[in-house]
Design a protein around this ligand. Structure first.
Ligand SMILES: [Zn+2]
Length: 118
């Protein structure tokens, strides 16, 4: 079985660090906009207030997604430090590199990911 080269691993580390920073930024920004919705509630009309609440719900959903992804990114960085990055958590096979290029925080191979979503 083919293993990841040091060059590939350091490339994934760079991507993971970048994704982590983007997620940190995204989480800060959506937390601020959540506060704005609460503060402006008395000033806006019924319709726009509903819009604002809907937006807040959406940003809450996004935030949960971002937090989940952030956790996966942290775990992937930890796995990189421990030298076991790129192996499927479930079946122990090497995860497809094209999958890692799209989502460097993946901890499951395609087959196990699909099985876990059913
Ligand atoms: Zn697997």
């Amino acid at each position: 079985m083919e293993e990841l080269t040091d060059k590939q691993l350091s490339g994934f580390r760079q991507s993971l660090i970048q994704v982590r920073e983007e997620l940190h930024l995204a989480l800060d920004i959506s937390e601020e906009s959540g506060e704005t919705v609460t503060l402006d509630q008395s000033k806006v009309g019924r319709l726009s207030r509903m819009d604002a609440l809907q937006q807040q719900e959406m940003s809450n959903a996004c935030r949960t997604g971002y937090r989940k992804r952030l956790l996966a990114v942290e775990q992937a960085l930890l796995a990189l430090d421990q030298g076991d990055y790129g192996w499927c958590e479930s079946c122990g096979e090497l995860i497809d590199i094209r999958r890692l290029e799209v989502r460097p925080e993946s901890s499951l191979c395609v087959a196990c990911q699909e099985a876990s979503e059913i």
